[in-house]
Design a protein around this ligand. Sequence first.
Ligand code: NI
Length: 135
Amino acid sequence: MVYVTRREVFSASHRLTNQELSDDENIEIYDKCNNPYGHGHNYTLEVVVAGNINPKTGYVIDLKKLKKIIKSKVISKVDHHHFNFDVDFMKGIIPTTENIAIGIWKLLVNEITEGKLYSVKLFETENNYIEYKGE
Ligand code: NI
């Protein structure tokens, strides 16, 4: 099995808040991340596709194609957007890195037809990232 990774970056805003909890509880759980107007991050997304090498091309997946899929299915929807307001696939979902990574997985999993989506890794900061492998 060979693993192919494409990295993309995007900037987006979010506010961590659970509508079902009181203001006090939200502040206790999320602290500054609950600030009413949100805040931004420069996210780094790593998408890993696993598969066998196609003997005709020498590729698992053509990275140009993978780049196009990620740009059109994910980056165009999130870059310079606010997860709480104008990102359709996060509607009604608390925009933690965990939930965003799962949302991105769902957008991509059926789009990748050469090899198979293996993982979505989403860095919110240099030191914090979430990896999702489905299920
Ligand atoms: Ni944040």
